[in-house]
Design a protein around this ligand. Structure first.
Ligand code: AMP
Length: 589
């Protein structure tokens, strides 16, 4: 029988003295569950697939492909094609337009998750069911027990999790479409009354604050509530690392008002949402000592270690900091005085896949372990021409009760096993490449090259806070352009030749095809870095969000193509720099 994780009902709890035992019991059950499912991965995967296919035997999609009630792996792989979003979009559109017949799933579709990935400029819509949401909640209930093995006592304090909410939309057929993060937050709020979860109240912000659709009011009061609980906070986080960086930027701008509120115990009149005001006023009390602490730290203008200074008991930072987020680890180290960076999960709107079971590893060493009950996973070898990896990366396909052989689009590298379940590190998304000629530069390579070059800024006490890239074909030969936003913390001016030199370091870090085309064939021109004004990447985010992307799942695009985005970035450029020479490259041809 497939292992299940039974949570303890709150009514089972007799007295608070029993609480410690119940926490230990809760953690033990979760860890046993992980051990059991990872030890029987193959068996469980077989069962998961068989259950999905049995329950959905009569749905239109599987019938259309002639699966005919078969539930074995071989027939499934033979009959069902590997698909991208575009292939199933017509079916998804039918559901979104109100067709309630069992097209992809026998269970009614209850809502859509909106993915940060887009299709034709619009967010992808991922159909969800009540059962799938419950499964996701179960996935999240494993997180804190895993952490508790490394940092015990987390149930005794609180955590800040910066969240970014947007208004939900409805499809023409009336189904709610919202980011997974919002749906999960709302669902978590729904179950806390029914289920014993020692970490249920771990967030410093009440739900009214997190779910407030007005960005400014929500972020302001999330910070305010976090500050009011400053001694109880044991961890600070956001789903993606960019969320913490955004929150600190917000603090830099608004600390003065926050201090006023804390000093007087009064909420700034700009916070107008009645339910937010009512809830925050229950937390906010006049506290001049705390106000002085916040003021003394923020007024210095140095943000080094600000997290640990304002929340002195913080033990770790919890946020996804792998993949395109790895670039933020430097700035998070700076803000936290190098607290452990815990990148706990690998998830997507399509499926919540995997956990980091050794969460205190450095971001570069993190491997995630699949939770085999979350879906039926397949891994396809990646076409070697698509990548520059020496080892054998795989691209993952997922199958759950709504998507069949659906290509996630991420490239993963299997690094080992937890019991009998694959562990992997996240490499990149499959199709993000810069290309001028025959060169194909992927996200990881750009990231590494930029990191190498940005090291040159450290001597000026400056850091690269954001970047993106663009293949500029408007001139012949075309060339790579990097847009850099630099934080000049030390106020030491950077001579233009330093950035010119960064261009060369980037080029020298790129692959051999690039260098051959650049040095020998000369079909690629000198790489250009355009330094943009501080705040440009905030404008880019605002722009992307105004087009319908989800704020909580927003990730700075590391490669841009749209003319409107290029225009925005160019109009904020303050200087531009080209490689003064060719990169060093020895050609053997
Ligand atoms: P979304 O569809 O908006 O939920 O975004 C899901 C995508 O975020 C995944 O397909 C990955 O590309 C990225 N992602 C999620 N978790 C991680 C992680 N731990 N490390 C790197 N990238 C991640």
């Amino acid at each position: 029988m497939r292992p299940t994780l039974n949570v303890v009902r709150s009514e089972d709890r007799e007295s608070s003295d029993e609480n410690n035992n119940m926490v230990a019991d809760y953690n033990k059950k979760a860890l046993n569950f992980i051990k059991e499912v990872t030890s029987k991965a193959d068996e469980i995967q077989k069962q998961v697939l068989s259950e999905i296919l049995t329950q959905n035997a009569n749905i239109e999609y599987l019938q259309r492909h002639g699966l005919d009630g078969c539930t074995d792996r071989e027939t499934f792989k033979k009959m069902i094609p590997v698909v991208d979003y575009e292939n199933i979009k017509p079916d998804i559109d039918r559901i979104a337009n109100g067709n309630t017949s069992p097209i992809l799933c026998y269970e009614p579709i209850s809502e859509f998750f909106t993915s940060s990935a887009t299709s034709g400029g619009e967010c992808k819509l991922i159909p969800m069911t009540e059962d799938a949401i419950q499964k996701t909640l179960l996935f999240f209930s494993l997180l804190m027990p895993v952490m508790d093995q490394f940092i015990p006592g987390l149930d005794k304090g609180k955590g800040i999790k910066f969240s970014f909410i947007r208004k939900e939309t409805k499809t023409p057929g009336g189904l709610v479409a919202r980011p997974a993060t919002i749906s999960i937050l709302k669902s978590q709020n729904l179950i806390t009354d029914r289920t014993y979860d020692p970490y249920a109240n771990y967030m410093t912000s009440p739900k009214e604050v997190i779910l407030c659709p007005d960005w400014y009011q929500s972020m302001y009061t999330q910070l305010l509530c976090g500050l009011c609980h400053n001694k109880q906070v044991l961890h600070v986080g956001a789903t993606f690392a960019s969320g913490i960086v955004y929150a600190i930027k917000f603090l830099k701008k608004h600390w003065f008002l926050l201090c006023n509120d804390i000093r007087k115990g009064e909420l700034d009149p700009k916070i107008t949402d009645p339910s937010v005001r009512e809830t925050v006023m229950k937390i906010l009390k006049p506290n001049p000592i705390l106000a002085n602490l916040v003021e003394s730290q923020c007024a210095k203008g140095s943000w080094e270690g600000i997290i640990i200074k304002l929340w002195p008991n913080t033990k770790y930072i919890s946020t996804i900091v792998t993949g395109t987020m790895s670039h933020y680890s430097g700035v998070l180290d700076y803000y936290s005085n190098c607290l452990p960076l815990v990148s706990p999960i690998y998830v997507s709107s399509d499926c919540h896949f995997a956990l980091s079971l050794n969460p205190l590893l450095k971001p570069n060493d993190i491997s995630y372990t699949f939770i085999p009950t979350m879906g039926y996973f397949e891994f396809l070898p990646v076409n070697r021409e698509d990548t520059n990896f020496i080892s054998e990366p795989r691209v993952s396909l997922t199958n759950n009760e709504r998507l069949y052989r659906y290509r996630i689009g991420d490239i993963l590298l299997v690094t080992g096993f937890t019991n009998k379940t694959p562990q992997f590190s996240y490499m990149c998304r499959k199709n993000v490449v810069l290309s001028i000629d025959a060169d194909k530069t992927d996200e990881v390579e750009i990231q590494n090259a930029v990191e190498n070059a940005a090291n040159n800024l450290l001597q000026f006490d400056a850091t690269l806070t954001e970047y993106t890239s663009y293949a500029d074909m408007s001139s012949i030969p075309g060339h790579y352009v990097l847009y850099w936003e630099i934080d000049l913390r030390g106020q030491i001016p950077i001579h233009p030749s330093v950035i010119d030199n960064c261009c060369i370091v980037v080029e020298e870090s790129l692959n051999s095809v690039y260098k051959t085309l650049r040095v020998v064939d000369k079909s690629i021109g000198p790489l250009e870095i355009k330094v943009v004004e501080s705040g440009t990447f905030d404008k880019l985010m605002d722009y992307v969000l105004s087009k319908g992307a989800s704020a909580s799942q927003y990730k700075t695009p590391r490669c841009v193509k749209h003319a409107s985005i290029i225009k925005l970035l160019n109009s904020n450029a303050v200087s531009n720099h080209f490689s003064p020479t060719c990169p060093k490259w020895v050609s053997y041809s």
